[in-house]
Design a protein around this ligand. Sequence first.
Ligand code: HPA
Length: 273
Amino acid sequence: MSDLMKHLNETVAFIQSKVKTDAQIGVVLGSGLGNLTNDIEIEYSIPYAEIPHFPVSTVKGHSGKLLFGKMGGRAVIVMGGRFHFYEGYSAQQVIYPVRVMKLLGVKTLLLSNAAGGVNPDYQVGDLMIINDHISFFTENPLMGKNEDEIGTRFPDMSEPYCKELIAKAHAIAKANRINIHEGVYTAVTGPTFETRAEYKLIKILGSDVVGMSTVQENIAAVHCGIKVFAVSVVTDMGIREDENTITHEEVLQAAKEAEPKLALLFNELVRSI
Ligand code: HPA
């Protein structure tokens, strides 16, 4: 058995020794969206630092937890805080929790993130369902030896985001009068926000938003056969004429303000799965 499979099995055995879960739905909460945990009836939580082989956070104040409980009446496993490539984790470390979720029985993964808008029709605070992505600017997490037990060497990526879940999300948004877009997310490494020329290029490539997460997790999920639904909160506009700069605080504030819409969407979506 490979070291990776050994580690994954040890991680899963540890978690199962602490908590019994039959959750088939996983949720990852993006930057500024941590309050969504208020909508979860938390039954058990494990700090990442206590989970064997989970990446160790070196960043102060980044104390994530794996949460087990109920959301929209359904059993869920929630990552309260994710691992970003820009923090210095390897791409394999970033996706490790997705693989753990798979082994715990997760079949559907809901991802959320804060992103910069490059589609001029978008506004700060809008939600966008991701229907496709561009990941040429970040490291593909499947590089290196393929783990055949997890998935195939050359995964098909023609439907990385589940069409059925996208249709359900549109119906939920319509019923609740939430204005929602659908479009393409381009992943960058960060941690710098993009230059004006980079935002322009990213728009020309066919993207609607740009962000520093989600895509590596999506690739890992597709690789191991988990269905993915993902949504971006537009927290700033990259394409604009004004001279304003973008700050992390502004991103967090915009995410916080849009959070109730996202909470409603995720709750109802989970209920419908
Ligand atoms: N660019 C990249 N990542 C982001 C942005 C952005 O403008 N906003 C929030 N995350």
